[in-house]
Design a protein around this ligand. Structure first.
Ligand SMILES: Cc1cc2nc3c(=O)[nH]c(=O)nc-3n(C[C@H](O)[C@H](O)[C@H](O)COP(=O)(O)O)c2cc1C
Length: 88
């Protein structure tokens, strides 16, 4: 049976992030049939720009996130609250 993959996005880029540690604990303690992947290049993704969302111009980090989302079965957001909402 193939594993259920969980793409995990951490909403804090801070080196000592509590949320990053929480995501790593979830990854370590995942059931055997679940693979938790922590996406590690969110900090390289620019603000969305429809003008460059065309073949050959999509920023590499955005394309990588899109591919990871496409491959995953489930999305998990592990994030602090910033100013009453989730960070960008
Ligand atoms: C700019 C900024 C805004 C914040 N806004 C909120 C908020 O609206 N509500 C809240 O409960 N905590 C808020 N916090 C506290 C963070 O959620 C808290 O420090 C969190 O633990 C940071 O996560 P991290 O350890 O993964 O970086 C804010 C912190 C910062 C730096």
């Amino acid at each position: 049976m193939s594993k259920n993959t969980v793409l995990t996005l951490v909403g804090s880029l801070r080196a000592d992030s509590t949320n990053q540690k929480l995501a790593e604990a979830i990854q370590l303690n995942a059931p055997e049939q679940v693979e938790v992947l922590i996406h590690d290049s969110l900090g390289n993704i620019p603000f969305y720009n429809e003008d460059i969302d065309v073949e050959g111009q999509v920023p590499a980090a955005a394309a990588a996130l899109r591919a990871a989302a496409n491959d995953a079965d489930t999305l998990l957001l592990v994030t602090p609250e910033h100013n009453g909402t989730v960070p960008a």
